[in-house]
Write a protein that binds this ligand. Structure first.
Ligand SMILES: NC(=O)c1ccc[n+]([C@@H]2O[C@H](COP(=O)([O-])OP(=O)(O)OC[C@H]3O[C@@H](n4cnc5c(N)ncnc54)[C@H](O)[C@@H]3O)[C@@H](O)[C@H]2O)c1
Length: 341
């Protein structure tokens, strides 16, 4: 079987830590190109993983005709670049948040359909072992219905992560469109939809810039969600957890409570109303400091090779984005907002 020709567009931190090494270690992939307007960023990855360096994605698409691309650029470029790639006949794995508006997300979905290619969104929380275990337990029915929850994702901010550092694109609204809410909140919106097999129907949110300077995006968001099932819960995203990352979710259910990511060794803890306590050591949650394989890249490759539509499709990405858009609207209008399905 010939190898899948893959190009990576955007050569910053997520490519350095995840997309490049994970494609490189997949035996079915040949990396043909890295693209970044800052040429040395692309060249550095070419030196390590092979392929050719480009500064313009359209030039690369024309010259290399890749089978698939990863789009790892600032958020505002996700939609236009993904659409260009789909129009060039490439399957697309786009980082989250997939777009900056519902219309853009729809246009990406339509471009993929029109060109007969897959569109997958990098919602890697679904692949983290504690979340996979939690989903398995919920599916078994032993917890009963989820009644209420809180899910939180915070870290000290992208200045310590992004290749552009302090003041980079993450902090500029015209490139990022939202701050912590879009960067981390969208991960938890996606996680809670997937874990509960449910949809958020109403959102109320307080979103603010509490501590970061020289930025026009938010650094903290606190949201309440009402789900289609009736469950209510809170979703928190923060860039000011300066003492370290928190990526935890607690589900209070009819038959007990499930704690995910609240303990360093016991990543999933189930405490049932009958007094039983179950502790699962299934492997950690990836953090900025401790990067574990995302699983997303292998899933994308597998989906193309087996001609099976990706489970984290463009439609799924759009639904998770809709929760964030509703939260931003709630903050702007100072009212509870219905999520536009
Ligand atoms: N799934 C996750 O857990 C996760 C984690 C971090 C970041 N991300 C997402 O990945 C994307 C990239 O984030 P990052 O952390 O790598 O950012 P980064 O700042 O480290 O790197 C972004 C890179 O994109 C390049 N770029 C800008 N315009 C470009 C263009 N037109 N063509 C090609 N490259 C271009 C920049 O020069 C820079 O090198 C963002 O959408 C972010 O939200 C996802």
């Amino acid at each position: 079987m010939s190898k899948l020709k893959v190009a990576v567009i955007g050569c910053g931190s997520i490519t350095i830590h995840r997309h490049a090494p994970e494609y490189a270690s997949n035996p079915n992939v040949e990396i043909v190109a890295f693209v970044d307007p800052v040429q040395e960023r692309a060249e550095k990855l070419v030196a390590k993983y092979g392929g050719k360096a480009y500064t313009d994605h359209n030039e690369m698409l024309k010259a290399e005709k890749p089978d698939a691309v990863s789009v790892c650029t600032p958020n505002a470029l996700h939609a236009p670049i993904s659409i260009d790639a789909a129009d060039a006949g490439a399957h697309v794995l786009c980082e989250k948040p997939m777009a900056v508006s519902a219309d853009e997300a729809q246009a990406m979905i339509e471009a993929a359909k029109k060109n007969g290619v897959y569109l997958m969104i990098g919602h890697n929380q679904r692949y983290m072992p504690p979340h996979v275990k939690a989903k398995e337990i919920l599916k078994s029915g032993k917890m009963g219905k989820v009644l209420t929850f809180r899910t939180s994702f915070g870290h000290p901010g992208p200045e310590g992560w992004s290749i552009e550092g302090k003041g980079g694109w993450f902090f500029q609204k015209n490139k990022a469109f939202v701050g912590a809410m879009g960067d981390l909140g969208v991960h938890k919106a996606d996680l809670i939809r997937w874990l509960l097999d449910d949809e958020a129907v109403e959102v109320g949110a307080f979103v603010g810039t509490l501590h970061k300077e020289d930025t026009d995006v938010d650094d903290n968001a606190n949201c309440i969600l009402r789900m289609k099932s009736g469950a209510i819960g809170s979703l928190v995203a923060s860039w000011t957890y300066y003492r370290g990352e928190d990526n935890s979710t607690v589900l209070w259910c009819e038959n007990g409570v499930m704690k995910i990511g609240t303990h360093p060794e016991d990543q999933v803890i189930v405490e049932l109303r009958n007094g039983t306590v179950e502790k699962y050591q299934v492997g950690g949650i990836s953090t900025n400091e401790k990067q574990l394989s995302s699983g997303v890249i292998d899933a994308f490759v597998e989906s193309i090779l087996t001609k099976t539509p990706p489970s984290v499709s463009g439609e799924e990405g759009a639904k998770s984005l809709a929760v964030i858009l509703a939260a931003m609207e709630s903050q702007d209008r100072n009212t509870i907002v219905k999520v536009k399905a």
